[in-house]
Design a protein around this ligand. Structure first.
Ligand code: ZN
Length: 208
């Protein structure tokens, strides 16, 4: 196609180079100098949606507990916190991303617990759609504190990640389907340490 209009080719090359340079500088500014003063915490599931479940262990309860601990951790460090839910109620995914998208100078963290048909699966993982560095900063700290397998930082097309315009991460704090993970998840000290690890990741991204 370009060979038909040879004189356009150099100009297009310059434009491409400019676009790449701009994208690079935006990426750096995004991580280093963005002032983050608000955190939208999204406790997964709720109400009739229990999420993962094993006997009396319900993902929605564990997620809300970690979300509250994370809220306390961040508020003590002068962050403004907005919870998508503060009790056991059903909130549609679109409502969750709408709440996030109303915020400026904010990040979004969704808290979940995992489930796999293979009961051997264990450990923590964090998902992102657009912003790898935000999710990586959280996952590296969560994995260090959890002392379970680090399943890594992965890209996923989850609704709340795709529809949230601010930096967004979804943390899976352990497998309810795995015996030893489940025991840890039921321990409030584990949930506190995970909440603090997520909080540290948020603060490091915000330059705090
Ligand atoms: Zn979940």
């Amino acid at each position: 196609m370009f060979s038909k209009y040879p004189s356009f080719a150099p100009r297009i090359r310059v434009l491409v180079a400019l676009a790449v340079a701009l994208a690079g500088s935006v990426g750096i500014a995004d991580a280093a100098s963005q002032r983050i003063s608000r955190v939208v915490i999204d406790a997964g599931h709720g109400g009739h949606d229990s999420g993962a479940r094993r006997g009396y262990v319900l993902e929605k309860h564990l997620a809300l507990d970690v979300a509250r601990r994370l809220e306390r951790y961040l508020e003590r460090r002068r962050m403004r916190v907005i919870q998508t839910r503060s009790r056991d109620e059903f909130i549609a995914l679109s409502q969750r991303s709408d709440i996030a998208n109303r915020q400026r100078s904010a990040v979004f963290v969704s808290v979940h617990f995992n489930w796999a048909t293979n009961s051997e699966s264990s450990g923590t993982e964090t998902f992102y759609y657009n912003n790898y560095s935000f999710a990586y900063g959280i996952q590296s700290r969560v994995a260090r504190k959890a002392r379970t397998p680090n399943r890594g930082t992965k890209r996923a097309r989850f609704y709340v990640l795709r529809h949230t315009s601010i930096p967004a991460a979804l943390v899976e704090c352990g497998f309810i389907s795995n015996y030893s993970d489940r025991r840890r998840c039921l321990d409030p000290r584990y949930r506190q340490s995970i909440a603090e690890a997520i909080g540290e990741g948020v603060l490091s991204y915000s330059g705090g």
